[in-house]
Design a protein around this ligand. Structure first.
Ligand SMILES: Nc1nc2c(c(=O)[nH]1)N[C@@H](CN(C=O)c1ccc(C(=O)N[C@@H](CCC(=O)O)C(=O)O)cc1)CN2
Ligand SMILES: NCC(=O)N[C@@H]1O[C@H](COP(=O)([O-])[O-])[C@@H](O)[C@H]1O
Length: 198
């Protein structure tokens, strides 16, 4: 039985592309069932279509316009994803904090890529915040992790992590490039670990 993976994105999808490329190279033994985005303009949807992977657009706005809550959105998203019967849900640049109502039904089956090490720079804009800390002389390295998703943002069990040095002459763009390269490596490692664990 194939290991069924659903990937949630919100933007460019470069981490999704790393998963697609590993799968195409035969080094990621999974079935890429669907790519879902909460943003219609997410280029990751194009990447999925180009790879022959079904896509789904599931925006929050219609729920907000109807006076519904994010929890109601999350519940509807759960129902959509449950139809796909995933073994794993991968948050690959999914920029929406998920409520308990989403996390609980998929207990232990959701992982997230986060561009920081455990307990550092939780939340959005982590790379930029790490760079600011570097410029203040507070840090000389940061990192990337893949972790289990819980209701507490960026605090789940760590699946894999890697430190990323910040070099003295680095610009923000230099750090972003080094971080994204590490992300692409770690997202594949994280999915592979869960897909092949005994
Ligand atoms: N329950 C959880 N939900 C999510 C997690 C998690 O660990 N637990 N990880 C995040 C991904 N992420 C950091 O890794 C993250 C993404 C976005 C935000 C955030 O502040 N989002 C804002 C909206 C931002 C926007 O729309 O541009 C929000 O949701 O209001 C924080 C952390 C994914 N979800
Ligand atoms: N908290 C999660 C987070 O901030 N993720 C960030 O979103 C980007 C998505 O890129 P992508 O859409 O090209 O994969 C990733 O590069 C990562 O740094």
């Amino acid at each position: 039985m194939a290991f069924r993976v659903v990937v949630l994105i919100s933007g460019n999808g470069s981490n999704l592309q790393a998963i697609i490329d590993a799968h195409a190279a035969g080094t990621l033994p999974v079935e890429l069932v669907t790519v879902m985005s909460n943003r219609k303009d997410a280029y990751g949807l194009t990447r999925a279509t180009n790879a022959g992977i079904p896509t789904s657009y599931f925006p929050l706005k219609p729920f907000k316009d109807a006076g519904k809550t994010r929890e109601e959105y999350d519940a509807a998203l759960v129902a959509e994803i449950q139809k796909l019967n995933p073994d794993l849900i991968v948050l690959a640049g999914w920029m929406h904090i998920l409520s308990k109502g989403f996390v609980d039904p998929f207990e232990g089956k959701i992982i997230n890529l986060h561009p920081a090490l455990p307990g550092q720079f939780d939340g959005a804009n982590a790379i930029e915040r790490a760079y600011e800390a570097f410029k203040k002389g507070e840090i000389t390295s940061t990192g990337v992790m893949v972790h289990k998703v819980t209701a507490v943002v960026d605090h789940g069990e760590v699946i894999c992590q890697k430190a990323v040095p910040i070099l003295p002459a680095d610009t923000l763009a230099d750090l972003q490039e080094r971080m994204h390269s590490t992300e692409h490596e770690l997202i594949v490692e994280g999915v592979r670990k869960l897909a092949t664990k005994p």
